[in-house]
Design a protein around this ligand. Structure first.
Ligand SMILES: NC(=O)c1ccc[n+]([C@@H]2O[C@H](COP(=O)([O-])OP(=O)(O)OC[C@H]3O[C@@H](n4cnc5c(N)ncnc54)[C@H](OP(=O)(O)O)[C@@H]3O)[C@@H](O)[C@H]2O)c1
Length: 310
């Protein structure tokens, strides 16, 4: 109990609480009455998604933990007394799931990826398919340790345009795009986190494994996204379409490991992929935001109002 409020729920622990999705998950779980431990690599770091007032008013507590350090995970979980955890994929987290289990976690919400298709055999995904492969390894570890879990499988983040494509090395800024025809759903990390917080507090079913696909409500090309961002933010960012080699160099200069840059380029430009979104499932995946969180999906215009290019 903190701030005089007793929680209806056992304590929960959110790893990567500084992140866009992690902070929204923590906030939503707190709004639903849970005590939330904010597990962070650096507990002194500012959390952009949770204001100081929200952190003081909610039943939050910060704790140090790194998903690549199993001992730190066990220590944090034991100190928190949590039996449910939210986790991301982090490179090098091989011992994390076992550590969670040993420390007493009984239920995990894992931020997985839509790049794992519905019905796809997790164990058949080759390492060359980097993003689905690394997320599948965590889902497999959860299955193998027989830990109840919900895998969130969101599609294309609305933040990608600014985070991945904006080139600030030139003035005025340009957006560099390698896949002009790709229509992406632009789900907001906040919507994903709201679902994450809701299902962390209350398991959506008693199934030992559940996965939830999540998509944003509009399919937009990069040009369309930037038209909206420019209008809402009063900017004039020009979208430059470039080939895979130039884009690869740009992403690597931004700090992406080359295999990740290669995967992102091939998965967004591969003509055999066609539309990413099966017509018969897209509506359901968009509707899952409201179904699980209770909130309407955020439009790209609303999302744009929360952004700046600084
Ligand atoms: N499908 C898509 O379009 C798309 C787009 C973007 C991201 N993603 C995926 O979604 C994830 C979350 O996205 P986001 O926007 O919320 O990311 P974000 O804002 O960049 O946050 C990432 C979080 O992961 C934490 N983290 C990194 N390594 C860690 C470790 N070893 N142990 C514990 N925490 C660690 C970071 O902590 P620190 O503060 O300590 O760095 C931060 O809290 C990403 O990691 C990525 O896998 C998908």
């Amino acid at each position: 109990m903190r701030n005089g409020r007793a929680s209806e729920h056992g304590p929960l622990i959110v790893f990567g609480a500084t992140g866009d999705v992690g902070s929204a998950t923590a906030l939503e779980a707190s709004k639903r009455g849970a005590k939330v431990w904010l597990a962070m690599r650096n507990p002194d770091k500012a959390i952009d998604g949770i204001t100081k007032e929200q952190e003081q008013q909610g039943d939050f507590e910060r704790i140090q933990a790194d998903l690549t350090d199993p001992e730190s995970i066990k220590k944090a979980v034991r100190q928190s007394g949590a039996n449910a955890a939210f986790i991301y994929h982090a490179f090098g987290m091989n011992g994390a799931v076992q550590a969670l289990k040993e420390a007493g976690i009984e239920y995990v919400v894992f931020l997985s990826s839509f790049s794992i298709g519905p019905g796809q055999d997790l164990r058949q995904i080759p390492p060359s398919e980097l993003i689905p492969y690394v997320h599948a390894q965590v889902e497999i570890a959860l299955e193998d340790t027989e830990m109840a879990h919900t895998a969130l499988r969101p599609a294309y983040f609305a933040t990608n345009g600014i985070r991945m494509n904006l080139d600030k090395s030139v003035k005025p800024y340009k957006a560099r795009n390698v896949a002009p025809d790709l229509r992406a759903d632009c789900i907001t990390p906040n919507d994903i986190g709201r679902v994450g917080g809701a299902v962390l507090v209350k398991r959506p079913s008693s199934a030992s494994k559940e996965f939830i696909y999540l998509c944003g409500p509009q399919l937009l090309t990069s040009d369309e996204q930037w038209d909206i961002l420019n209008k809402v933010l009063g900017q004039n960012v020009e979208v430059v379409h470039e080939g895979p080699e130039d884009h690869r160099g740009f992403l690597i200069r931004k700090g992406l490991p080359p295999p990740l840059a290669d995967y992102l380029i091939s998965s967004t430009t591969d003509v055999t992929v066609g539309s990413w979104y099966p017509d018969n499932l897209l509506g359901e995946w968009v509707a899952n935001i409201k179904k699980y969180s209770g909130y309407e999906p955020t439009t790209f215009e609303e999302f744009a109002k929360t952004q700046d290019l600084a």
